[in-house]
Ligand binder design. Structure first.
Ligand code: HAS
Length: 551
């Protein structure tokens, strides 16, 4: 283990957990307002809180955590980073952090209450967009450090298959770089000139299209690191082996191919995009479901094979052999369970007709809380329990493991109440992105609140339990980082669990590691899916929307 690499990873993780602290407070307050439990003082705006909550949790926490984890993983599986790669990693960290601070200050000052999707014509202070641009550029620099490390390893080990963790990290970073180009273009060439007043109008449709070109693969940028843990680390934790190396690699390649040319499924109700192009992207969306189904298959296979090796009998006997009392397994496992309805909900969203029922309702908020907010986040929390003591040379004691179990249960219970209520209210038609909870006692709106789950109070109750779980997690992160007992020797040291590949699975086709092929195909797919509609948006651009000033 390289102490210098550990320090870099811990820096990313620490910023991530500071973001959780602030973001969760904003989430609690906003949930209580929406539930009609409290009213905000006049100097705080609901949308200001909602923006801070979304940006800090969905963008800042995830990105920092992912970078901390991936740096640690490539250092563990492909050796310590070179001094050059590490320095680049640090430059990336500081550029991202300056950008994050800049955007966060603007949100806190109430100068950027534009929500995490920052749809035009909502307009923020220029510094908000400059901060976002710095976050993206910083992440490219950090990503380049990991790609350098990977290509250095391949040069030194020519002809060998790369470690699965390093391969998956590379796929994740490639996906991230290709998709962030869209948001970078939009921020640099549309939002910054417009917010400074150099351009007095903005092409709204184009800006939203560029956002979703980025926004959908963004969700897989969150998901893939969780999948890395499910594929590579979970088998080791449960005492089994990686079911299939080639299946795992193929699923990541499929994510690169199909996660980007699908942004229109967020814009199905938007006028200005011809139906044919929406149809094409919906078809591609259904393709991107495949690698998740492959992942589910692979997990079941790993669980079953391991259980049977431990003596399990009958069709489902292996279920009893899983280590439910080990938080390193239990937290990601709870996440996997939530991803079953979460993924099914995604398929509903992507189905054009059903999308018209749920679009812009609370259903969508429920959907993303049981995708990014649970499978991804609970996996990241589960990782924190071993990654932080691994990096700091400390121990996950039985007492800390118990605390982690309680924290996981609280998160799951809170999320169950909150997300179920959100899905049901959404089906009744309750809109998202609004501060109003009673809709001025409109009789139709009041019908939404009749059941136990069909109630904003249930959302607020779930949100409060989640807040407690989030605070517990922040406390446990800092405890594990600074106060948990030190490991005195190698036997006591916390391990970074890396699963071995099952013997029968060493038949990985080399083409899976030929990135030129996959990047080439994704570029072609992107050009097919976007060239004509985007050209149309530019050449037939309406006059553009006048800005609504929020600052
Ligand atoms: Fe989504 C909206 C479609 C997955 C996040 N999504 C959102 C938004 C976010 C988000 C943040 O087509 C809101 C954006 C906004 O602010 O407007 N989503 C999909 C589809 C999938 C999907 C088709 N979404 C995700 C993931 C996310 C995420 C993952 C975050 C990480 N989503 C949509 C659409 C919209 C949308 C539309 C726009 C809606 C609108 O109109 O606004 C698929 O990728 C899902 C595939 C997943 C599966 C599940 C596989 C299950 C696994 C677990 C196995 C469990 C085991 C344990 C092994 C098919 C792998 C079992 C053990 C036992 C003992 C049982």
């Amino acid at each position: 283990k390289s102490p210098k690499d550990s320090k870099l990873s811990m820096s990313y993780l620490t910023v991530g957990f500071i973001a959780v602290f602030i973001g969760a407070i904003c989430g609690l307050l906003q949930g209580l307002v929406r539930g009609g439990v409290i009213e905000l003082p006049s100097f705080i705006n609901y949308y200001q809180l909602l923006t801070a909550h979304g940006v800090l949790l969905a963008l800042v926490f995830t990105t920092y955590f992912i970078y901390g984890l991936l740096f640690a993983g490539v250092s563990k599986t492909m050796g310590a980073l070179s001094d050059k790669a590490r320095s680049i990693g640090w430059i990336g960290f500081w550029v991202m952090t300056i950008g994050t601070i800049c955007s966060t200050i603007m949100i806190i000052l109430g100068e950027a209450s534009v929500l995490y999707t920052f749809y035009a014509p909502l307009k923020a202070h220029p510094l908000y967009y400059i901060g976002l641009a710095l976050v993206v550029v910083g992440s490219w620099i950090g990503g380049a450090a990991m790609l350098m490390h990977y290509s250095g390893w391949r040069k030194k080990n020519s002809g060998k298959l790369s470690p699965l963790f390093g391969y998956m990290t590379t796929a994740t970073i490639i996906l991230w770089i290709v998709c962030t180009i869209g948001v970078a273009i939009s921020v640099l060439f549309q939002f910054i000139p417009w917010s400074f007043g150099w351009a007095d109008r903005i092409n709204v449709l184009l800006s939203r299209t560029l956002f979703w070109y980025f926004g959908h693969p963004l969700v897989y940028f969150w998901l893939l690191p969780a999948y890395i843990i499910w594929y590579v680390c979970i088998p080791k934790i449960i005492g089994g082996k990686v079911f299939s190396d080639s299946l795992a690699r193929l699923s990541f390649v499929l994510f690169i191919l199909f996660s980007i040319p699908v942004g229109f499924h967020h814009q199905l109700t938007e006028s200005g995009i011809p139906e044919g192009w929406k149809f094409l992207q919906v078809v591609l969306t259904f393709m991107v479901i495949t690698p998740s189904l492959m992942t589910a298959f692979s997990l079941f296979a790993t669980f079953e094979t391991t259980g049977r090796e431990k003596g399990a009998r009958g069709l489902f006997g292996w279920l009893k052999k899983l280590p439910y009392n080990d938080v390193r397994f239990f937290a990601p496992f709870m996440g996997m369970l939530f991803f079953i309805p979460g993924g099914a909900g995604g398929i509903v969203n992507a189905s054009h007709q059903m999308n018209t029922v749920i679009h812009n309702t609370l259903w969508v908020v429920g959907h993303f809380h049981i995708t990014v907010g649970t499978p991804v986040v609970l996996t990241f929390f589960g990782v924190t329990y071993w990654l932080v003591p691994y990096l700091t040379g400390r121990k996950l004691t039985p007492a800390l493991n118990r605390a982690g179990m309680i924290q996981t249960i609280l998160w799951s219970v809170g999320m169950f109440f909150m997300s179920t209520a959100m899905h049901i209210l959404g089906l009744f038609g309750a809109p998202r992105r609004t501060a109003y909870s009673t809709y001025q006692d409109n009789p139709t709106a009041l019908e939404w609140f009749h059941g136990f789950f069909a109630h904003y109070t249930t959302v607020a109750l779930g949100g409060t339990i989640l807040f407690i779980a989030a605070m517990m997690m922040v406390y446990l992160f800092f405890h594990l980082a600074f106060f948990a007992p030190k490991a005195e020797n190698d036997i006591e040291a916390t391990e970074f669990p890396i699963g071995e590949v099952a013997e029968h699975a060493y038949t990985t086709p080399r083409i899976l590691e030929n990135w030129k092929v996959w990047i080439g195909i994704v570029v072609v797919l992107i050009l097919i899916a976007y060239t004509i509609p985007v050209t149309d948006m530019i050449t037939h651009a309406p006059a553009g929307s006048p800005p609504i000033r929020t600052w």
